[in-house]
Design a protein around this ligand. Sequence first.
Ligand SMILES: *Cc1c(COP(=O)(O)O)cnc(C)c1O
Length: 430
Amino acid sequence: MNANEKMFEALGISSEVYSFGEKIIGDLRPRFLEIDERAERNQLKVIKAMQESRIDAECFNASSGYGYDDIGREKLEQVYAKTFHGEDALVRPQITCGTHALALALMSNLRPGDELLSPVGKPYDTLEEVIGIRPSKGSLKEYGVSYRQVDLLEDESFDYDGIRAAINEKTALVTIQRSKGYQTRHTFSVQEIGELISFIKKCKPDVKVMVDNCYGEFVEDIEPLDVGADMMVGSLIKNPGGGLAPIGGYIVGKKECVENAAYRLTSPGLGKEVGASLGLNRSFIQGFFMAPIVTSAALKSAIFAANIYERLGFPCVPTKDEDRHDIIQAITFGEADKLIAFCQGIQAGSPVDSYVAPEPWAMPGYDSDVIMAAGAFIQGSSIELSADGPLREPYAAYLQGGLTWPSAKLGILMSLQKLYEKKLVTIPEI
Ligand SMILES: *Cc1c(COP(=O)(O)O)cnc(C)c1O
């Protein structure tokens, strides 16, 4: 037994589980190298933006009250805009989460009488209430914004004829969700999103296109703004916060779109000029600096999990060999007890709250019970290794994150350990 295996054994990983994991990692070396090389390019992209924005120690000072002349906040937003190739950015702790950032981008860029179109099927669960697909107080629907949706075709390609027919004189904004979220469709590559945007702009040149970029940042060399999106939106407790941002969301893109969002977030007339950073600028800037490397650990974690669980007979999306366009790994367990054991293992391998066992629970914004494993430093942070799954057919777990590769490796091995101990799986010879 080598020194590394001894450490894993001390944390409760049996030799059967450990050696199965090691064989898989052996096969994954070339892919991990590719991920490291991309992370290097993205890391340099961020440093270039930081140097050009002349980030200095003064940026890390805290502002309070109105937050006028918060140079750190202004430079942080400049770094986001430069890195992602937007004209402007809004990156704020006052944006409480990803759903809030998306709601803000939508509500500020749509007016009564406008129509919102999703050409990629049903959006993320929490957006159903934002849009008013499920009745909800304060929804876009209540404010007179209508919604139309075109589903993907059987083979998960875009329904171009349906999209052309759905675009009308009211269509003002098109929302494209990059990541699969709680669905089992594939995640769109940035290139695919670009093809869809070109088609939409050909149908109606003045329509605005927003991309829900949650979980996508730094997974590829390009981002949605590079392929024609007017704005992209995400959460700072996912990829771009690098595990250090304790709260926040961002909107990057065309100046007009970002301005609209700023006037809605604070107030007409005030916009970006107010909003104290409360001492969070350093976490935001340092987190963004860390984000490409943290995202690379999360990618290795997803690929490792797919390679383990597919070999055990559980369908995985993406499959074990597929290219990645976000950090989410869906694993279909088919049975509630397997999904629960998996999530309990992820929790047990965590640096924080490892001694608690998660149970399924009703969560606000979700329409069925959900089990969530998250031994995280920041509540609900899903750039940290976490897993969740709605307790409904097909009992799929959505795994994401991992601040470091060794910690993610432990968590995933621990999930397998739990399934193995409960005799819910047999480990095959490979
Ligand atoms: C996480 C996520 C959201 C919502 O973000 P929250 O921070 O959970 O509110 C929206 N869309 C997608 C695709 C996501 O992954």
